[in-house]
Design a protein around this ligand. Structure first.
Ligand code: AMP
Length: 308
């Protein structure tokens, strides 16, 4: 089995300057699954939902090759609920409500069929749960990537550092990199964070693209200038799904291939923001993805003319 994805499957309620949703389907694990499913034909998800979660979305995931034997459904309990409101610039948001519900006592059980996964994507969850997943795998995956957020830095920094020490790739945004390292310069922050353990660090910079650090190399991926951004929710998870999905599909973790994976992730994230929730990802076609990746390549393609 190639890819194992661990992350929240949730209800979200979102408010942006363009509108407001009631409870819609969200969750880091959902975005990672949908995004990576355009690259890998099969994957496992380890997560938990309540009995209120709509079976139609589970069918949708299954139809996209997501095996649900690691998805627990808790009778008599409610699905995780998160609500957020974006500021006018769409780059920052406030969390309005976090109801952990089934996530409060989440015990990530790895189904036998998911053992032996070569690629592990640890979506944003408590660092203890993320570590438990690594410890419960009978074989270390070829690559472990991990996302996290400032929430865990505020309340569980020591636990978080213990988990970060175990992964190969950490994927965070610029604000989180600064909080984690105490450094303003992202270059200094990247050194500090990689000293904690991960050999690779990806720093996402919202509408300014993403940076990939490894040894003394750095690669910069642009973000596509988009005319309209409706809802950035899930863009980070969609990026992570595209990144890990691309790597799992090509089964190549060289720095050169990680650069391509960074572009694949950025292309997927650029779709995510075009509609509220998972709407755009659910209806994407391979042709649209190929065209979008081409647009990314053209965005920074130039030849320098050397003056004599
Ligand atoms: P992103 O916009 O990429 O940061 O991810 C947004 C998604 O993360 C939403 O769909 C939420 O359901 C989910 N989420 C927000 N807070 C948490 C949390 N504390 N634990 C797990 N998932 C969360």
């Amino acid at each position: 089995m190639g890819l194992l994805n661990v992350g929240s499957v949730a209800f979200d309620a979102i408010e942006t300057p363009f509108g407001k949703t009631d409870k819609i389907i969200g969750g880091a694990g959902t975005y990672i699954a949908l995004s990576s499913s355009f690259f890998v034909a099969n994957q496992h998800i380890v997560s938990v939902v309540g009995e209120d979660f709509p079976p139609a979305m589970l069918d949708k995931l299954q139809s996209r090759g997501v095996h649900l034997d690691g998805l627990q459904m808790k009778q008599g309990e409610k699905t995780f609920f998160w609500s957020g409101k974006y500021h006018n610039d769409m780059n920052s948001r406030d969390t309005l409500i976090t109801e952990l519900n089934v996530l409060e006592h989440f015990d990530p059980i790895i189904p036998e069929s998911a053992q032996g996964a070569k690629y592990l994507m640890l979506g944003n969850l408590s660092p203890q749960v993320q570590r438990q997943v690594i410890e419960r795998l009978t074989e270390r995956p070829k690559l472990i990537a991990m996302d996290t957020m400032n929430f865990w830095m505020d309340i569980a920094m020591d636990e978080l550092k213990k988990t970060i020490a175990l992964v190969d790739v950490l994927i965070i945004n610029d604000e989180e990199a600064r909080q984690l390292s105490g450094e303003y310069s992202l270059v200094k922050a990247s050194k500090f964070i990689r000293d904690l353990g991960p050999k690779y660090l990806i720093i996402k910079k919202g509408e300014h693209g993403a940076l990939l650090f490894h040894d003394n190399q750095v690669f910069s991926a642009p973000a596509l200038p988009l005319e309209e951004v409706f809802d950035p929710t899930g863009a980070g998870d969609t990026f992570a799904g595209g990144f890990i999905g691309f790597l799992a599909a090509s089964d190549d973790i060289s720095f050169e291939n990680m650069k391509r994976a960074l572009i694949a992730g950025s292309a997927m994230a650029s779709f995510c923001v075009e509609e509220f929730g998972t709407g755009k990802l659910e209806n994407l076609t391979q042709v649209e993805i190929d065209e979008r990746i081409k647009a990314f390549v053209e965005l920074t393609d130039f030849k320098m003319i050397h003056a004599i």
